[in-house]
Write a protein that binds this ligand. Sequence first.
Ligand SMILES: [Zn+2]
Length: 237
Amino acid sequence: MRDEFLAATKRSLAMRVGYLCSNPSCRCSTVGPAHGEVGTVLLGKAAHITAAAAGGPRYDPSLSMEARRSPSNGIWLCSMCADLIDRDTMRFPIELLNKWKCDAVGDALRSLASPAAATRQGPMRIQLDDADKAWLQALALPPDNDIESTTDRMRKAAVDDITAFQDVREWPPHVVTPNLRLLGTETSSITLDGLARGIGTSEGVCLVSPPGTGKTTTLVQLAESILRFGEAVAVLV
Ligand SMILES: [Zn+2]
């Protein structure tokens, strides 16, 4: 039996690298328009880093079924590269594929978080595919609990929370926009808005600065940016 990825996992793997092949010597686009007004053509594949079934390339018997079909065991590649890594496993070991994936996600984050991207892109929006719609329908939720209404309610609650936070006495009267830098990258500086757009792509972002220099303030500002730009709901814990 093959431990296949869920449709949502495949889409997430693709989106997190901007639908580009993760092989650094390929990096081709894997999505485009089909003939007509609405159709799309998808040429990429969510490939297994360790095989989906016993006897397959880089198979790891120690993994559970859940681990084998989890996003951490997948990498987005064009069809050609997906075939290539499975036919020459000596050349494409697990460690190399994980590095490709990590670098490709980093590239996608940097291109989203750059100031240039802020002027070029509209709000991020997640498109539901047929598998998502079928799954949602199976839940048989009342009509006012559809994704749009629920997201709207959560966004309103988040905006209220941020306003309450900013109304406390300790909130600085003059808040400035910080200068942020992505450590370990060429990117010299990124904006809060850029970070807000890219946050869904990253494996996680750590905010590092000395005590008392405004990390909490920055997080609240970031939450504001996330709410302004996307469908995502910011939660400050
Ligand atoms: Zn490729």
